[in-house]
Design a protein around this ligand. Structure first.
Ligand code: 13P
Length: 358
């Protein structure tokens, strides 16, 4: 392992206020999102959509790295350039999702364990040869009566640590993603308690598996009230609960924390990230940034609709969200910059006009 190179890559992933863009939806998840908008669901439309993203002018101003799915890293742009090379040429680091998904955990009803450790060393070596510089593994924990159990938290934390050690051995920066889901009626306080317990367990396992914290990125959830909790805290309250939880549980040696969006809208994900950077500016030992999937992509996907005529408008929407998140990362986001990008301003997009959705 070249430790210095690993640390440099981890720093590059969070440098200059930039963040990560997750476009690593599995074929099944991508198809589900396409189906919502009536977009044909096949490998070619998935490739076209990823090409639209790769060709977005100016994307590298705000995005330091993209997370790809196995299918995408093996695909090429129309001009024959493999995606990993296309992003590298833009100054954007290519990354790869390497877990094989969260599966029902034996003997733990309602809970999931992420699979994918078997053969991982060989897969990582292949991805590194294809140009990947970092990797991602997501564990999911849900909150409901008596859940998550300590058994489920520990099994997932152990798998995350084993994955992270293998990544570092292969020269790839591990993005360690333990996601406490926001589905449910639980309170913000409960999410905070669970998130802290999960993060403490994850860092204990990372330590016991000899993962070098300086060469990894943490991708956590924000501390949020459950989506159906009647009490929904303000942006500032969420920012405070989230950063206070992380300050207690995340060692200062970690170079960056890059939040997942987890179903938050693009605007609220930007506003909350901004509030963290404004309110805790001088007290943050790590970069506090983003690794959003839906919160950056959703408006663009909606506009694109699988129709080449909407490509430019979709790219503008993607660029806009990425720019907002870079501003938030720098504590310079202001909701007024959303003005021209709200759905009502998209009346020129043909399908929105036809669907009467503007
Ligand atoms: P979301 O931001 O849509 O939650 O996706 C991020 C991600 O990579 C989940 O693993």
């Amino acid at each position: 392992m070249n430790f210095e190179a690993l640390v440099n890559t981890a720093h590059e992933m969070v440098a200059d206020g930039k963040g990560l863009l997750a476009i690593d939806e599995s074929a099944g998840t991508c198809d589900k999102r396409f189906a919502q908008w009536g977009i044909p669901q096949n490998a070619e439309t998935r490739r076209q959509y990823r090409e639209l993203i790769a060709n977005t002018p100016g994307l590298g101003e705000s995005i330091s790295g993209v997370i790809l799915f196995d299918e995408t890293i093996r695909q090429r742009k129309d001009d024959g350039t493999p995606f990993a090379k296309a992003f590298t040429d833009l100054g954007i680091l290519p990354g790869i999702k390497v877990d094989k998904g969260a599966k029902p955990m034996a003997a733990f009803p309602g809970e999931k364990i992420t699979e994918g450790l078997d053969g991982l060393r060989e897969r990582l070596a292949e991805y590194a040869r294809m140009g990947a510089r970092f990797a991602k593994w997501r564990a999911v924990l849900c909150i409901s009566d008596g859940l998550p159990t300590q058994g489920c938290i520990e099994a997932n934390a152990h798998a995350l640590a084993r994955y992270a050690a293998l990544c570092q051995e292969a020269g790839l920066v591990p993005v360690v993603e333990p996601e406490v889901l926001m589905e449910g009626a639980h309170t913000l306080e409960t999410c905070g308690e669970v998130t802290e317990r999960v993060l403490r367990t994850v860092f204990r396992e990372l330590y016991s598996q000899r993962v070098r914290l300086e060469g990894m990125i943490l991708k956590p959830n924000m501390v949020l009230p459950g989506a159906s909790c009647p009490t929904q805290q303000t942006v500032d309250e969420v920012a405070d609960a989230t950063v206070e939880c992380l300050l207690r549980a995340v060692p200062a040696a970690v170079p960056g924390v890059a939040f997942l969006s987890g179903g938050q809208s693009g605007e609220i994900a930007s506003a909350r990230l901004n509030a963290m950077n404004v309110r805790f500016k001088a007290r943050l030992p790590w970069a506090v940034g983003f690794s959003y999937g839906r919160a950056i992509q959703e408006p663009a996907l909606q506009i694109w609709h699988g129709d080449p005529r909407n490509k430019v408008a979709a790219q503008q929407a993607l660029y806009h969200r990425a720019t907002c998140d870079r501003a938030a990362r720098l504590g310079e986001y202001d909701a007024t910059i959303e003005g021209g990008h709200r759905p009502s301003a998209l009346a020129e997009v043909p399908w929105l006009v036809h669907a009467g959705a503007a």
